[in-house]
Write a protein that binds this ligand. Structure first.
Ligand code: ADP
Ligand code: ADP
Length: 229
């Protein structure tokens, strides 16, 4: 099953704006692919990422996530899809300052209703995956920006989601830290889980590190370098 399948997806925001942010967007992402969504400001990138993350519903078309059609799902069912299949990473790290690194990562599992001990065990594994096993007892403020973003990535990965969605994940980082984060995202699929990564970026170097580039313009795909799977 593909990780993501979009068929003729459109999005027109409700009145008073009635902006058509996406029009006939059609693509499939296989498991383990890394995809950069690019395009000018206003092209529809954030809208697309919100739809992929089931935070927004499309006005038309269908979205399948890990093989499941989301169009007829209730809001509660969509929350379940997010909790089980999707991890989110943003430009800001959104870490909780009063919690340790380990506890921050473990919060990624609270919606799954698993026991604290299991959450800690999986959080430890996720921190190992991002190379931060040595920082578990630190507080976020004691880490560099790049390390904080790695904690946020570990929190997104802790539930082993089918898809990791990232909105400008290097936007708050300097060149060296940005480089480290992009290399981490680009190589996640090489580890055993084969995580699919879809990110939004304005940065050509970041886009170049992903296997596949999809460019949006005025809500339509104007270039898709194609599945490489
Ligand atoms: P990008 O992320 O590429 O900058 P967006 O998806 O944010 O593009 O926006 C695409 C278009 O949809 C823009 O014209 C924007 O003004 C419009 N838009 C985005 N969000 C909303 C919203 N919540 N309500 C109305 N229009 C919106
Ligand atoms: P900018 O400040 O140039 O917009 P970003 O904050 O978007 O940069 O990205 C951080 C930096 O990380 C960029 O300068 C980019 O060159 C660098 N970078 C990250 N990953 C890679 C990579 N895999 N290859 C080359 N450069 C990268």
């Amino acid at each position: 099953t593909p990780a993501l399948e979009l068929r003729n997806v459109s999005k027109t925001y409700p009145p008073p704006t009635t902006v058509t942010a996406l029009c006939d967007v059609d693509f499939t992402v296989q498991r383990g692919e890394t995809v950069a969504i690019t395009g000018a400001s206003g092209a529809g990138k954030s809208t697309l990422l919100s739809i992929l993350g089931t935070l927004e519903r499309p006005s038309g078309g269908t979205v399948r996530i890990a093989g499941t059609d989301t169009s007829t799902m209730s809001d509660t069912q969509l929350s379940g899809v997010r909790a089980w299949h999707i991890g989110f990473v943003f430009q800001q790290f959104f870490l909780l300052d009063h919690l340790s690194v380990l506890e921050n990562v473990a919060t990624g599992l609270v919606y799954r209703g698993v026991a604290t001990s299991i959450r800690r065990e999986h959080a430890t594994q996720a921190l190992e995956r991002v190379g931060l096993a040595g920082r578990m007892r630190h507080r976020p403020a004691q880490l560099s920006g790049g390390e904080q973003q790695r904690v946020a990535i570990a929190r997104a990965l802790v539930g082993r989601p089918a898809v990791l969605l990232a909105d400008e994940p290097t936007g708050n980082l300097d060149t060296a830290n940005g480089h480290e984060i992009v290399n981490l995202l680009a190589t996640l699929r090489e580890t055993d889980e084969g995580t699919t990564v879809v990110l939004i970026t304005h940065n050509n170097d970041v886009a170049a590190a992903m296997e596949r580039k999809i460019q949006l313009q005025d809500g339509r795909i104007v270039h898709d370098s194609g599945a490489t799977g």
